[in-house]
Design a protein around this ligand. Sequence first.
Ligand code: MG
Length: 260
Amino acid sequence: MRRLLFPLALSFAATAVFAQETAKPKPEDTEIWSPVPPVVSNTAPVTTAPPSDATVLFDGKNLDQWVQVSDKSPAKWFVKDDTLTVNKEKGVGNIETKKSFKNYQLHIEWKVPATITGEGQARGNSGVFLASTGTGDAGYELQVLDSYQNKTYVNGMAGSLYKQAIPLANPGRKPGEWQSYDVIWTAPIFNADGSLKTPAYATVLFNGVLVEDHYELKGETLYIGKPVYKAYDRAPIKLQAHGDKSEPLSFRNIWVRELP
Ligand code: MG
């Protein structure tokens, strides 16, 4: 009898392991590919001078307002010709503001190099984390990507709240042209026990075109799995050094106005 039961038990165990493997969440599970937002051409100037009550986060001169996310040491990205360029060298990674924020209005300009190569998510990928809640890519990412004639999942294109909110339109300009995001961020509020009291909301204008309209986030933006909220109080704003092989993109004229 024993001889018969042993192989039977083995086969049950193998089936259980197989079921576990197939149930493991994959990045593809949370990709949405259609409908594709309409292309909206636009030529409005993207630069807006900071209002008098703004905190200037980058004025083209230095990275005094920024640190490395990993160890809070001075930011190691490159400043040249009034622009800030991502440092994609191994071990450098994301940078974030020294200051932490709650609700705010943010202006940031970015440019994908004219010589960009790669495709999909590996073409001019970066990101503006509207709240950096930890190291790496933890937080709420407004995607930065070359979305000019570059096919990818629509909840991962420029103007998306990564893998949550598809942009309402695609006003993305050609590589080599400056573009802008203007964001109104309403931070989530948590109860004393860490549970969610009110969710986060984001409104985003991309090159002056509304792409996210007071969107209610379902939690932090994740590469794999469903979004979840994690309690925090105030958080820095973070910029992403994405690990793809495409040419590094640049930022300029970054300012923020804290809101009550
Ligand atoms: Mg990104």
